[in-house]
Design a protein around this ligand. Sequence first.
Ligand SMILES: *Cc1c(COP(=O)(O)O)cnc(C)c1O
Length: 362
Amino acid sequence: MNKKIYNFSAGPAMLPEEVLKKVKKNFLNWNNIGASIIEISHRSIEFNEIIKNSKKYLKELLNIPKEYVILFCQGGARGQFSAIPMNLLNKFNCADYINSGYWSYQAFLEAKKYCFPNNIYVREYINGKISISNMKKWLLHKNSDYIHYCPNETIEGISIYEEPNFKDKIVIGDFSSYLLSQKINIKKYDLIYASAQKNLGPSGITIVIIKKSLLEYKNSDIPSILNYKKNFLFQSMLNTPVTFSWYIISLVLKWVKKKGGIDYFEKINIKKSNLLYQKIDDSNFYINNIHSKNRSRMNITFQLKNKKLNDLFLKEANKFGLKFLKGHKIIGGFRASIYNAMPLSGVEKLVSFMIDFENKFK
Ligand SMILES: *Cc1c(COP(=O)(O)O)cnc(C)c1O
């Protein structure tokens, strides 16, 4: 039996072993410069190389067109919940917030501090399963400055795979647990952002990919650190960035590229998630209540029909080397976060554990 320990944490989450080994090996004396990467200036030639590479890899991997710029921001995705309305509210002083779950609703709550956003609830039930209504049916407002939504609700494990096609609307996406997991068409968006600690690297940095034209928006009275234009002009170094996280992100991006890019990960992510959902659907012992068209490939949530077994399931899973499967407290149950760094063997081991546990306790 596979003795390896697998970490299903939702974020910060597991990173590729290859990357961590490289970090370890180079930690005391990075590239033979006689210092650690965390001991040198963010403005040094050496660090500039890391910045250049991370932008280059992101552009290649995501096919980012020329009219976009990449910013590396601080304050997490939550910082963006504030930065977005502060920078992008315009003539209507109003925005559409699509509510598909916890994180998209948090973004709405933050926006309420700056305007009267529209809370647009898009969940519906099909055959008793949670699903997201088609974008055509979303009740958008004519007089709103932008629309904000979240294509992967990390806590509930709900994804929206449909691509946005809203005429004359600025479209913003919270891609925190989605970026690099599958192909996306950047052109469909005006701004996307992702905090790093799900699928990109350690916590500390948030990647913002924004259309250059949006940098010209007014709003000069907002805090400089949240100001997109300023961040662009200062090359994301208005203050001292989290150099260690940035460095690790550049290594993760290189690893993604080496493995075969997003095409490769999309295929394997479909395979991994299908394997787990198949196991859940094949039994009367485990339940997932998300409709197949909106099931996340990154965060797979499930419940035990017999909730009395919850603690035992976690305990046994732990013993078996399957860690951090506990679901978020707002929905309970279990969650297996299987980002790019999780190998197929981790999911296979989880599935074989679930089969054994079911046989023992059903
Ligand atoms: C984790 C997460 C956030 C919050 O990220 P922080 O970096 O902690 O602010 C926001 N949105 C989504 C979709 C997330 O998964």
